[in-house]
Ligand binder design. Structure first.
Ligand code: NAP
Length: 517
């Protein structure tokens, strides 16, 4: 259990009361009143009104943050101190005091005195670094333990890279009492989501967009509906997509929606992994050396497919089908931290083709493109007996793949060969025709015939200019969404060991990509 806490920062009493009522509608476990955000702190009465309203709806934390630790308005310490003392009297459930302030004899004496007079109020001792990780988290925690062993230790620091989160997870793993360790910034988002898994006493979530009190806070709606925060516990398995950027991925909605439907105890995270191979390797080492974190696997996309291939080739087990591809999009992790790597684009291309055509043996296939997707598609075709020709804008790249897979190759300019040589299958593996260039097609319409199966791997839009022309020529068609769904179905099984819910995958992808059709 980790308490989901909405922080409220407002400049006036009226706005505080309004926001408390709005926040209460979202049923947080705790409301944090950031009273330092008040433009002016006058008499005690003004905080009383705010605290009394908040207490009607949830447990409350009263905070009057020191400007030195991110507090607003730089209120003088005497005023902040008065607010905190009054919060005891008003029955606050928690008082947040910065460790640096608590360590001064004056604060300590009065706070300890109030803690003994108001035993229902608990102390949160906090330390913040908005710039970077603390040089030593252990030292901060040791200081907190020495200052007040039964206080709830709260340490918040900026993660400048996702790898900075692991020191925080370690501290939580070894905690001796209730504790909060959160990483701020986009690289620290996962520390907020998996708070119940790592044993965080609470996590913060904003009541809405632009209402966050610290960088990287998600909204309470995102936490609960997309990441199923309320169902995360210590046994929850972790999955995620390794990418940079990661914001537009459909995978969190696919996986978390599927977990919701099946009851699988897992959460799928957006994992913003900045940097190149060294950062990728460090992340995988961080994960595999901490089996107690429960990471079970990853989807991998731009720019890390080659990094993933090399990591698993060197330290894990690569699927034989992925060997010639030089890139993988799936890493599964077993209970001992061993990695296995797969490229599910192979099955993603093969399954719809087999469904449409039965066997591929002896069929003549033209592949347009010689990039990453082309490799998986060509491997699937060649391994299943299709006679394949690669057409590409850059002939040298076509030649490399031609030699690798032992097939014919040509320039994309010679694509009129597609008609004269009577290909059975045409597959576009270029980005030609993709949004925003939806008026482009890699193959002239007049080269398409009703005897062909035309497959466009582009899925945005789903019905590309090429596919529209193929349908007009009465050819059979396969769209990129079918491939996307197939590769996702295959990947889901590899990562979770369970069958995917195809309906949910299709629904999420259609909602995401049909917008552009
Ligand atoms: P990639 O490695 O960057 O390769 C891009 C390919 O497109 C290269 O062959 C490139 O030719 C060619 N190309 C790009 N612009 C072109 C143009 N204006 N005219 C002619 N050829 C052009 O990319 P990738 O990872 O293979 O992805 C390719 C496409 O596959 C994506 O755009 C996406 O739509 C699709 N895709 C589909 C799925 C799915 O599941 N359905 C999954 C991933 C990707 P040069 O070698 O001459 O540069």
């Amino acid at each position: 259990m980790s308490y989901i806490t909405i922080p409220i920062c407002e400049p006036t009493i009226e706005k505080f009361i309004e926001s408390i009522r709005l926040a209460a509608e979202q049923k947080p476990d705790i409301i944090e009143l950031r009273l330092d955000s008040l433009n002016e702190i006058r008499s005690g009465d003004m905080t009383a009104e705010i605290v009394k309203e908040a207490k009607k709806h949830a447990r409350i934390i009263v905070t009057c943050r020191d400007g030195a630790e991110g507090g607003e308005n730089n209120h003088p310490w005497e005023k902040r101190f008065t607010v905190l003392m009054q919060a005891f009297v008003l029955g606050a459930d928690f008082i947040d005091v910065e460790l640096a302030n608590y360590e001064t004899p004056f604060f300590k004496e009065h706070i300890d005195d109030h803690l003994s007079r108001y035993p229902d109020t608990k102390l949160i001792l906090s330390a913040h670094n908005f710039k970077e990780p603390f040089a030593s988290l252990e030292n901060i925690y040791t200081r907190m333990q020495a200052a007040k062993p039964n206080a709830i230790a709260k340490i918040a620091y900026r993660a400048n890279h996702i790898n900075d989160c692991f020191a925080g997870f370690d501290l939580l793993h070894n905690r001796k009492s209730d504790m909060i360790v959160l990483c701020m910034g986009p690289a620290g988002v996962i520390s907020r989501i998996i708070a119940p898994k790592t044993g965080n006493f609470l996590t913060f979530a904003s009541m809405g967009e632009s209402k966050e009190s610290a960088p990287g806070q998600l909204t309470i709606k995102q936490m609960r509906s997309l990441f199923r925060f309320d169902s995360i516990n210590q046994d929850t398995k972790l999955y995620g997509i390794l990418a940079n950027p990661v914001g537009h991925s459909a995978s969190p909605a696919i996986y978390n929606g599927s977990f919701n439907a099946s009851g699988h105890n897992g959460v799928y995270l957006p994992l913003l992994l900045e940097g190149g191979k060294p950062e990728f390797d460090l992340f995988l080492n961080n994960v595999t050396s901490r089996p107690w974190l429960g990471f079970k696997g990853f989807s991998v996309t731009i720019p890390h497919k080659t990094n993933a291939f090399e990591y698993v080739r060197d330290f894990g087990t690569l699927d034989a089908k992925a060997m010639p591809l030089g890139a993988i999009n799936t890493i599964a992790i077993d209970a001992d931290g061993n990695t296995s790597g797969y490229n599910t684009d192979y099955a993603g291309a093969l399954n719809p083709l087999k469904k449409a055509m039965g066997t591929l043996a002896g069929k003549k296939a033209a592949v347009i493109g010689a990039g990453g997707v082309s490799k998986a598609v060509i491997a699937a075709l060649v391994n299943n007996g299709a006679r394949t020709t690669i057409f590409n804008r850059t002939i040298e790249k076509a030649a490399v793949l031609g030699r690798l897979f032992n097939c014919d190759f040509a320039s994309i300019d010679s694509s009129e060969r597609i008609k004269t040589e009577a290909f059975d299958i045409i597959i576009n593996c270029t980005s030609v025709g993709m949004t925003p260039n939806t008026d482009q097609s890699p193959v002239p319409a007049q080269t398409l015939t009703s005897a062909m199966t035309v497959f466009d791997t582009v899925y945005n839009p789903v019905e590309t200019k090429l596919l529209k022309a193929a349908a007009a020529a009465a050819a059979a068609t396969i769209n990129g969404l079918e491939m996307f769904v197939e590769q996702a179905v295959e990947q889901y099984k590899l990562l979770t060991g369970e069958n995917a819910n195809r309906g949910i995958i299709e629904k999420v992808l259609r909602e995401k990509f049909l917008i552009n059709n």
